[in-house]
Ligand binder design. Structure first.
Ligand SMILES: [Mn+2]
Length: 408
């Protein structure tokens, strides 16, 4: 299994797309990697004569997937998400549309032959460090037409967004995209005093450091999810940082800061709700109109603050809007759950192994209260449950912790 096999699978996907007609519905994630991936594919597919409609989603949620496959009689193309949910996507598709998944997360096999899961991990390309979804999208674009080489800089930008340069430089497939972008004068590499590479985007008028630019694009997609942020994020990827985008970013950062301050003030005065092992809270609709990714970011932000118990799991709930941009209204009444760990507890889980990790606790507890199961790591996890079942989920998790401890 190698890059050559991966490219072979991409060519198979392109053949299937061309046979299925010119309409493509492009479903993508709302962080920098997802937005750059979508920008690369939208450009390359349009150049190849496809009519592309983009839909940005925060997570693969079964009712959302069901609606997409019911309402769009086109090729459906998932990028930077969907690899793990290939069975859910297969169920929703049920033989209907040509469906492609281009992803770099840990994948599952599809069960519908019309669904092609081109996940990098099937070909030995590590989605953790070696290849971002944006670099995978860039390779896809090159297979469509080698003249898409001018899109290489967006491959790099998405890889930086997913922090694939965290060890000091981009490697493997991401580096291929980097070198293509550098050769065209679109990206510059500098080495700092610690020997770490820093990348700047020189594709547009000013030279822009890529790491903060990627964070800004993620802010547009996440904080601005319900207010046109993803469209503006794509525009920034394709045209650079306009004064309009900078102004919008300032507004979004202020919205986020104000919501954080109000929630922190409330938690400091009223405290968390607590069980033996868990501290939890809900922001209800207070984070609206920010995307539900923000509850996770907030939990991460406060996890080591003085008002947080360093020995307890930290759990936050944010109600989901019934409205998904470009998909309409859903009749759910659900809340997104994000879990993070204060550092002392994290050490007990990851280093000493004396406490159970979230990868075990969350899917099991979610299953018990009818929640949807999603990708969970030991140190960070998320799920969705019905509003009104928050306490049940917490009780189930707390019991799982106690059961685990009594076995040790
Ligand atoms: Mn990604």
């Amino acid at each position: 299994m190698s890059k050559q096999d991966f490219l072979e699978e991409i060519r198979k996907g392109i053949t299937r797309m061309r046979a299925a007609g010119s309409a493509v519905t492009l479903i993508h994630h709302n962080d920098a990697d997802g937005l750059t991936s979508a920008s690369v594919l939208q450009t390359a597919l349009s150049r190849a004569g496809f009519a592309v409609q983009r839909i940005c989603i925060e997570r693969v949620h079964p009712p959302i997937v069901a609606r997409i496959h019911k309402e769009f009689p086109s090729t459906i193309f998932y990028v930077d998400l969907g690899g793990q949910a290939a069975p859910v996507i297969s169920d929703a598709n049920n033989g209907k549309c040509t469906t492609l998944i281009l992803d770099h997360h840990r994948p599952h096999k599809p069960t519908d032959p019309k669904v092609l899961n081109i996940s990098t991990e099937f070909f030995g390309l590590s989605g953790d460090m070696d290849i971002s979804a944006s670099t995978a999208a860039y390779f896809f674009a090159l297979e469509l037409d080698t003249s898409n080489r001018d899109l290489a800089y967006m491959g790099v930008l998405g890889a930086v967004g997913d922090e694939h340069d965290r060890e000091g430089s981009l490697i493997k497939e991401n580096r291929d995209a980097l070198m293509d972008a550098v050769e065209q004068g679109h990206v510059q590499i500098e080495v700092d005093t610690e020997g770490k590479e820093k990348y700047s985007l020189t594709r547009f008028s000013d030279s822009i450091p890529m790491a903060p630019l990627a964070i800004s694009i993620t802010t547009l997609g996440g904080v601005g999810y319900y207010s046109g942020g993803p469209d503006l994020g794509v525009q920034v990827c394709l045209e650079g940082l306009s004064p309009e985008a900078q102004h919008r970013l300032e507004e979004l950062r202020l919205t986020q800061k104000t919501a954080y301050q109000e929630t922190t003030a409330r938690l400091m005065s009223d405290g968390f709700r607590e069980t033996k092992h868990i501290q939890w809270f809900t922001v209800g609709d207070d984070f609206s109109p920010m995307g539900v990714k923000i509850i996770g970011e907030y939990c991460w932000d406060i996890r080591n603050e003085d008002f947080v118990d360093p020995e307890k799991y930290l759990v936050g709930f944010q109600n989901m809007s019934p409205e998904i941009p470009n998909l309409g209204t859903f009749d759910w009444s659900q809340t997104k759950v994000s879990m993070r760990l204060p550092t002392p507890l994290e050490r007990k889980i990851l280093v000493n192994r004396t406490m159970p990790g979230l990868a075990y606790l969350v899917p099991e507890a979610a299953r018990q209260v009818g929640g949807s199961i999603d990708a969970c790591h030991d140190y960070t996890a998320a799920t969705i449950v019905d509003i009104g079942r928050e306490e049940e989920l917490i009780t189930a998790m707390d019991k799982l912790v106690q059961d685990d401890l009594s076995k040790k």
